[in-house]
Design a protein around this ligand. Sequence first.
Ligand SMILES: NC(=O)c1ccc[n+]([C@@H]2O[C@H](COP(=O)([O-])OP(=O)(O)OC[C@H]3O[C@@H](n4cnc5c(N)ncnc54)[C@H](OP(=O)(O)O)[C@@H]3O)[C@@H](O)[C@H]2O)c1
Length: 234
Amino acid sequence: MDAKHYLVVGGSHGIGRGLVDRLAESGSAVTVVSRAAENSDAHPAVSHLSCDVTETALQVSQLPDRLDGFAYCPGSINLGPIRQLNRDKMVSDYQLNVVSAVECLQAALPALKASGNGAALFFSTVAVAQGMTMHASVSAVKGALEGLTRSLAAELSPKVRVNCIAPGLTQTPLSEKFLSSEQKQSAMAEKHPLKRVGQVEDIASMAAFLLGSEASWVTGQVVRVDGGMSAVRS
Ligand SMILES: NC(=O)c1ccc[n+]([C@@H]2O[C@H](COP(=O)([O-])OP(=O)(O)OC[C@H]3O[C@@H](n4cnc5c(N)ncnc54)[C@H](OP(=O)(O)O)[C@@H]3O)[C@@H](O)[C@H]2O)c1
């Protein structure tokens, strides 16, 4: 049987990179899309397309003919009070988190359908299930992504499964500003029932599971990988 092939938009660092490494190490080919130039330390099974997906939509012709899975990882954590929200900030968050996610999936869809059992994965946030102060814009756009996940799971079933992970605070370049000192790290860890913030592996392992054949009966789900934050009071 041919090796599986995955498309990871946003696989150059953070959670996406963790997912790419996992997939490549398990013998799959991976196409990564990000704004960066090709990563010199990437696994030999990884190829790279440089593209800012908010500026230029991916084209079907740039992608493999057959894809077993697709993950869309770009996202934002822009926090602030409602008085500081404006149209530009909200539109920019919606573009990156939702519009470009849809456009990338549209480009990948013929190849996902061609595989007969494709899987798509989006990333939400713990701030959708639990109201958090200052999170208005990010929780609104990620909430849209959760609705999109369930709608597309219905529309694309049974050929393509569609799921979403809602991570809690996870140590990546995106969250650096919230974890930039030991004090911040221990204060954030203390807020979680499991008393630590997330690491890339915590999320990447769930992502690989949801994209793989072991999750072949799972679709339309938002899986909350957040140290217990959204469900447990400790
Ligand atoms: N980290 C957290 O605490 C946390 C918490 C809740 C939810 N999440 C969500 O989880 C997902 C992954 O988060 P992360 O922390 O791994 O993010 P990250 O460290 O910022 O990584 C994002 C990835 O997307 C790429 N990217 C960003 N903008 C892009 C664009 N316009 N065009 C193409 N590629 C782009 C980045 O590569 P380049 O810079 O090379 O383009 C990078 O590979 C996001 O959707 C985020 O909202 C994260």
